[in-house]
Each structure stands twice: as C-alpha cells, then as structure tokens.
Design a protein around this ligand. Structure first.
Ligand code: AMP
Ligand code: MG
Length: 408
C-alpha cells in the first residue's frame, strides 16, 4: 500500500494514509426528527424561518414608546400582551402595554421596561428608569436569520440538536444510513462468555469492547463471533463480511507469528498492508480492502485493541459514515508520580486525571501492560507521551486526553 513497513510507522502517517483512501459510503434517507438521533446529517440544514419569528419581549414588564416617557409622567395601561396572545387593541399616546416574556411587542414599541423598574397604581404606571431604545426586545431573526445554515452536513445529531431543529419546524431530516460493520475475533484459545473454559482458554473480551464502541458510534454491527485460527473458516468469514458489510474489523492474528498466515489469505482476497505502528500499546495493525469492504485488523491484546480502535479506526469509520470528526481536547497536567517510558514509540498510557490545588494533576493507573484491563476501566484519560521522550519524573508536565464519548 505504499508504506514503509520495515520501520515503525508514526501514528499520524498511518492515520493520514488511511483517511486519504476513504470516502463516505453511506446513502442518505429522510427520517422523522425523533428517529434521527445519533445519525449523521447528509446535507446542510438551512433555516426555513427567522428565529425568533417576530419581535418579542425578553421580560415581564411594559412596552413603551420613548416619546411617551419623555414627559416624565405616569402612562396609562392600554391592555395586555401574552405569549401566544398578541395585543391587538388601540395604543393611544400616553399609554403603555403590559407585556409578558415571549409575547410579540405591539407595533411601535421602542423598548420594554421590566416590571421591577415600575410602580403600578391601578392602571397608572410610573417608570423609575429611562430605558435604552430596543431594551428587552428580542428582534426577529436575531438568533437565526431565515435561510442561514444552522447545522452542517456531517454533524452527528445529539440531544443538543433536537430542540434546535424542532424550533425551526423541521419534521424530517436528511441523514446517512448507518455504516455496517462486521466484526470477529480470531484465536483458538477464545471462548464466548457463558461457556466453560478448558485449560489454556480465555474469554473473548475484545468483541465486547469493539461492539460497544461501534454502538456508541451509531454503526450497525454484524457480529460473526469467534473464528478459530483455521484457514478455511477464516476465509469463509472474510468472504461473508465482504458480501454483507461496509467494513470488517477483526482482532488478533496480526502480530508476528500469525501475520504471515492471515497475510497470505488477505493478499489473496484483497489488498492489505500490515503495519508496525510507532505507538504503545498497539504495535501490530493491518489496514486494507477486500473487494467490497474496508478492513481493519486490530492487535489481539485487549488494551491495544481498544486504543487502536479509538485512535485510528474511529476517525476512519467517521469518514466512511460521512461524519465530521474532531479529536477530543488535549490538556496539560502535572504528573504526581514518575512514569515509565522508553523512547521509540508514542505512548498512550492510561491515567487518572483530577483537579489538584494548583491545576490539573494526573497519575498512572498502574501496570501499563497491554493485557491489563484494569488500566482502562480505572482510567479517565490517556497520558500521551511523545515518541522520543524517556522516563518522566514526578512534577513534569504531560499531555492528557480525557476519554470522550467512545470510552466513557
Ligand atoms: P494475537 O494478536 O492473536 O497474537 O493475540 C495477542 C494476545 O491477545 C494473546 O495473548 C491473545 O490470547 C490475546 N487475545 C487475542 N484475541 C483476544 C480476544 N478476543 N479477547 C481477549 N484476548 C485476546
Ligand atoms: Mg491469536
């Protein structure tokens, strides 16, 4: 695939190399608003309305004309305006209109004076403060102009977008169909949960992690289970995934020893590169394509599988799904303890970030072995240590990336 596989490939080169080849592969459809939660917008949404649609009051108070106030004498209340019940009567000189929040301001209103700045004596209203022109009036179109782009194509709809779209009267939205992702785990030693273990067996944990992350990303998952290290069965699984899914994600079988075998099969079926990434955890990684389906081969070690999915596969899936992708914020924090590190790879250590007396502090979750799960479940962030950095002393500043939506 045109990459140097002799040395270790930097993460950003791998990411860029993948993203360059990928394009959105999901058609669009029109869905009723409530069903569109979690989907990706297929086109920009332009506002069919001005928001607010009419000039209205931001306060409970009185609509006034500044000329009437100039005399400095009380005004007579001509009537009342409520939200949904505009004032429609006459408005003679020397009068004001009682108005509630959200009510349309009567024609000719210069300002709304809040109730707290007035004194009422029956219908005679005394104004204690001189309002500025336009005070407490929300102008038509001040939030959103008619025709303005309110949401861009590629936005994934969250609960934050739902009320916005509803406020514009939008009943259906153009969204992409979900990306269909086939997954399987490879390894003779793997057993599904709910079955007993023989000596030498372990439970297949990766599939549950990968599935959970796919669910968070809004993908449709085709779970092909556990495939033993057997050429015929692997071949059949690859062919099924190629026929039924947009993407295939496997775990295991891409490290030295097994890779040659998987490699042979994948070379025959498609075009796959086996990479050694300059990251820790997560060195072995495969990427390429079967005739109809993109392929991501994650390392078997559980923590490596989760980290490579998060850092590499997630942006790739977003691109295939038509979603704009932004990496989570990276922050600076002071480590409260020394961190083991040898130069050569970019480390994604698992850490616990907290607010200390002098700012953000981070500590390690303990063993950073890529087979130790507790390092992930107790963590709330990555501690990202630069490739050439060595051992880190307590008190040094490090880059942290709080876990975002995928790992929380
Ligand atoms: P592999 O990449 O297949 O050589 O696997 C590396 C390590 O990860 C081995 O210790 C495997 O037993 C372990 N492993 C592979 N796949 C899984 C899985 N699905 N769940 C848990 N551990 C796994
Ligand atoms: Mg294996």
């Amino acid at each position: 695939m045109g990459f140097d596989t002799s040395g270790l490939l930097p993460l950003n080169d791998a990411l860029q190399g993948m993203l360059e080849q990928l394009a959105c592969c999901c058609d669009s459809e029109q869905l009723p608003l409530p069903e569109a939660l979690g989907r990706v917008l297929a086109s920009d949404i332009a506002s069919p309305l001005a928001v607010p649609p009419f000039d209205n009051s931001a306060m409970d108070g009185y609509a006034v004309r500044l000329a009437d106030l100039a005399a400095g004498i009380p005004l007579i209340m001509a009537g009342k305006a409520f939200a949904g019940q505009p004032y429609q009567g006459e408005w003679p000189a020397g009068h004001c209109v009682r108005i509630m929040t959200g009510a349309p301001v009567p024609e000719g209103t210069d300002a709304v004076v809040m109730q707290e700045e007035t004194q009422a004596d029956g219908d005679r209203i005394t104004f204690l403060a001189q309002p500025e022109p336009g005070q407490n009036i929300r102008r038509a179109g001040s939030d959103i102009g008619k025709g303005a782009c309110v949401l861009q194509a590629g936005t994934r709809l969250t609960p934050r977008e739902m009320p916005l779209l509803a406020s514009l009267g939008i009943a259906t939205v153009p969204v992409r169909r979900p990306l269909k992702v086939a997954i399987f785990s490879t390894g003779d030693e793997l057993k599904p949960v709910g079955t007993p273990l023989a000596h030498g067996d372990i439970y297949d944990s990766n599939r549950y992690g990968v599935r959970a992350m796919l669910t968070r990303l809004g993908c449709d998952c085709l779970d092909l289970g556990i495939i033993p290290d057997d050429p015929a069965q692997l071949r059949a699984a690859f062919i099924r995934a190629d026929e039924e899914a947009d993407v295939l994600i496997t775990t295991g079988g891409v490290s030295v020893g097994e890779a040659d075998f998987t490699k042979q099969l994948l070379d025959e079926l498609g075009e796959i590169g086996f990479w050694k990434l300059a990251i820790k955890p997560g060195k072995p990684f495969a990427f390429g394509r079967l005739p109809r389906t993109w392929f991501f081969g994650l390392p078997g070690n559980p923590v490596s599988a989760m980290v490579t999915f998060d850092q590499l596969v997630q942006p790739a899936l977003a691109k295939l799904a038509g979603q704009r992708f932004e990496r989570p914020l990276q922050l600076q924090a002071v480590t409260t303890e020394p961190l083991k590190k040898s130069p050569g790879r970019l480390d994604f250590q698992r850490g616990i970030l907290s607010q200390g007396p002098n700012g953000l502090e981070v500590r390690s979750t303990g063993s950073q072995d890529s087979a130790v799960f507790s390092s992930l479940s107790r963590a709330n962030c990555y501690i990202i240590l630069e490739r050439e950095r060595g051992r880190v002393a307590a008190g040094e500043t490090v880059t942290v990336e709080p876990f975002g939506g995928l790992l929380l």
